[in-house]
Design a protein around this ligand. Structure first.
Ligand code: DSN
Length: 422
């Protein structure tokens, strides 16, 4: 295991790629990262993902593989599965999904036939592409029926309405989960709706897996959910991958759906890195970290709202917020993203509920606190960052102001080391 030598070889033998990775390292250090789905992973996770496990084919599951030489990989995968089960308090964990989209696809394909109905969250209200966006293959294969949030009630979901839609459309899966929804769910209500129509309950907690693992947000399994999916690279701080977690009775059908149904050889280097991240999340410090992500999000949301920025749910219960930049500053989301990029603050453009504008020029931006929290920034820092964001959006026509702000932001960032880089 000679990581230093490996980097030296890359530097000598492929300078172009080496320089690009070095440039990205510098970018990640220089600015404030506020994309809510990103995080800085642990150095130990970087070590595992860069390990020789990448050389190995391991189709199948521990003890039932299609290739020899699995004495170590079986143990790696078993450790990842056991840690996932302990962390999320569930009966079974499949740790092979390559990322968030395949993990959800594996669940749909396990239980449904083409044309079957899934009740999922509308994309512009926070749902994910795999929750039935017409442009995704899932949206073409299955019949997605959408529910929306209520902007007049701080983005809450109207459960009478949800029940009515479920009774009319008889979904086989009731899906909750999101990629841009700043509130927590009432899982008991979703379960009630699913039970009423005999549907499976599925929660895609891709964004908040780490917050559930850290015990600071509700765990769908505590409300009797059947299936929970999560990515491992967001609030969990692991490698880029996904997990399908389920109750015991579904273990076999889920495993068969992931392999051989959907995927081939599992990425064993990633599975080792998942085990490492889950091991970290089982430590008591992780709970504290998860709590800080939420406190930081509240502090940032509070500052932005105090400065007159309109947040679409009027606040946040999790690690993220969606700002309506058209209403707040007359800028569309793309313009706001570009201006913030110019002062080394990274966010992403974002559609708002029932957005009249298209996704590449939407009406808002999405902002989140996991990366900043990982670097050790706290609530006072969030207030400062919120102030800089507002200043940038309001003085964007003055290039000198933006240049001065960028300098200030970058000087501030130098005080906060980045795990795995510094
Ligand atoms: N790309 C992820 C996100 O940013 O939320 C979801 O796929």
């Amino acid at each position: 295991m000679n990581a230093k030598k490996n980097w030296e070889l890359l530097e000598q033998n492929d300078r172009e790629i080496y320089e690009l990775i070095a440039g990205e390292e510098d970018r990640q250090k220089r600015g404030i990262e506020l994309i809510p789905s990103e995080n800085y992973t642990y150095p130990e996770v970087l070590a595992a993902t860069g390990s020789v496990l990448t050389n190995k084919y391991s189709e199948g599951y521990p003890g039932k593989r299609y290739y020899g030489g699995q004495e170590f990989t079986d143990q790696v995968e078993n450790l990842a599965r056991e840690r996932a089960k302990r962390l999320f308090r569930c009966d079974h964990a499949n740790v092979q999904p390559l990322s968030g989209s395949p993990m959800n696809q594996a669940v749909y394909l396990a239980f449904l036939k083409p044309g079957d109905t899934i009740l999922g969250m509308d994309l512009s209200h926070g749902g994910h592409l795999t929750h039935g966006a017409p442009v995704s293959h899932m949206g073409k294969i299955f019949n997605f029926v959408r529910y929306k949030t209520d902007p007049q009630a701080q983005g809450k979901i109207d459960f009478d309405q949800l029940m009515k839609i479920a009774k009319e459309t008889k979904p086989k899966i009731v899906l909750c989960g999101y990629t841009s929804y700043p509130r927590d769910y009432d899982y008991a209500d979703f379960k009630k709706v699913a039970d009423e129509v005999g549907a499976i309950t599925m929660a895609d907690v891709a964004h908040i897996g780490g917050l559930i693992a850290g015990g600071v947000m509700r765990n769908p399994f505590d409300y009797g959910f059947d299936i929970v999916t999560t990515t491992t690279h967001k609030t969990l701080r692991g490698p880029r991958a996904g997990l399908v977690l389920c109750r015991g009775g579904y273990a076999e059908i889920i495993d068969r759906s992931v392999f051989p149904g959907l995927q081939g050889g599992p990425h064993m280097h990633t599975i080792a890195a998942i085990a490492v991240a889950l091991g970290k999340a089982l430590q008591p410090e992780f709970r504290e970290y998860a709590g800080k992500i939420l406190k930081n999000a509240k502090a940032l949301a509070g500052k932005l709202m105090a400065e007159g920025i309109k947040l679409v749910t009027g606040g946040t219960d999790n690690h993220m917020m969606v700002a309506d930049t058209v209403a707040s500053s007359g800028l569309n989301g793309r313009e706001a993203e570009t201006i913030l990029d110019a002062v080394s603050i990274t966010v992403n453009k974002q559609v708002i509920p029932d957005d009249p504008n298209p996704p590449l020029r939407p009406s808002g931006i999405r902002i989140g606190t996991p990366c900043a929290t990982t670097r050790g920034m706290g609530e006072d820092d969030m207030a400062r960052i919120g102030g800089w964001m507002v200043k940038a959006l309001r003085s964007h026509k003055d290039q000198d102001d933006l240049a001065a702000l960028k300098k200030e932001v970058e000087a501030f960032c130098r005080r906060f080391p980045v795990p795995g880089i510094d």
